[in-house]
Design a protein around this ligand. Structure first.
Ligand code: CU
Length: 178
């Protein structure tokens, strides 16, 4: 059967679509599975002296074969979020600071964001966060993916002494808002 003009046009159109699809697929795209977010939660502002900030905690599981970092976060209930880490200050006390480059979630492993350790610092809160409410948190990863999770608001009760260590005068100290 001879190739008709119509068939030729259809073939041309088809190859055009194929070329388009090939162009739009990102060369760096990975087939690795996405990061799994487990047990996200946010510390309540109930009882806090400074209700303008709080922190979110969770476990991040990386089922893939390449390391991925949590590099950012955002939520509609606050002005901005930062990924924080705890380091030892010059006076030997734990202080928090922005984790430049984010938090690594090793391939085939997991990372915990816990009070006293890595956390998502939520700053410029636009509302109070009573126990029992929840917020939506969007997490951004170094591989370009994002995950949106619902984080319930809870009271932090474990290791209270450790977490709420007497705060030095610095506003970036590990006080009840870190
Ligand atoms: Cu912090």
């Amino acid at each position: 059967m001879p190739i008709t003009r119509r068939t030729a046009l259809a073939l041309a159109a088809g190859s055009g679509l194929a070329a388009l699809a090939a162009c739009s697929s990102k060369p760096a795209a990975s087939s690795d599975p996405e990061i799994v977010v487990e047990d996200p939660w946010v510390r309540t502002t109930d009882g806090a002296t400074d209700t303008s900030m709080t922190a979110a905690f969770m476990a991040l599981v990386n089922p893939g074969t390449t390391n991925v970092s949590l590099v950012g976060a955002s939520t509609s209930v606050a002005g901005m979020c930062q990924i924080h880490e705890m380091v030892k200050g010059s006076d030997g006390k734990a202080v928090m600071q922005e984790a430049k480059g984010g938090v690594v979630i090793p391939a085939g492993s997991h990372t915990h964001l816990t009070p006293g350790g890595y956390h998502v610092m939520i700053m410029g809160l636009k509302q109070k966060l009573p126990v029992g409410s929840e917020i939506t948190l969007e997490l951004k990863f170094s591989n370009g993916t994002t995950r949106t999770v619902t984080a319930p608001v809870k009271v932090f009760t474990e290791e209270t002494d450790h977490y709420h260590s007497p705060a030095p005068s610095s506003s970036m100290s590990m006080g009840q808002n870190g």
